[in-house]
Design a protein around this ligand. Structure first.
Ligand code: SF4
Ligand code: SF4
Length: 99
């Protein structure tokens, strides 16, 4: 199980600051395929739930509680780490906010 960021993420970045295992990564603003949201690595997330209450638009869910209309976001979060940029060297303040 993992937590998942839904496509309603507005790139506030607050979740990154509280994740104890650093598994939340922003889609690079200059990458048009991935720059809409931030992503959680399902292989590393320990399901602690710390990121959920700090998210202003309430865009983070335990996988089992994800709204039906956001089900595709499970695969989207995972694919960022397997097919997309994955872990990259970013500046959080530069990456906050809409791309
Ligand atoms: S706190 Fe919420 S809106 Fe902000 S980056 Fe994280 S998931 Fe996206
Ligand atoms: S549930 Fe915990 S480990 Fe998983 S992304 Fe959120 S803060 Fe990180």
């Amino acid at each position: 199980m993992t937590h998942v960021i839904a496509s309603t993420c507005t790139r506030e970045g607050d979740c990154v600051e509280v994740c104890p295992v650093d598994c939340i990564i922003p889609g690079p603003k200059d990458n048009t395929e991935w720059n809409a949201i931030f992503y959680i690595d399902p292989e590393t997330c320990i399901d602690c739930g710390a990121c959920v209450p700090v998210c202003p638009p309430e865009a983070i869910f335990p996988e089992e509680d994800l709204p039906e209309e956001n089900e595709a976001d499970v695969a989207l979060n995972a694919s960022f780490f397997t097919e997309g940029p994955g872990y990259w060297d970013y500046d959080l303040d530069e990456q906050r906010g809409a791309a």
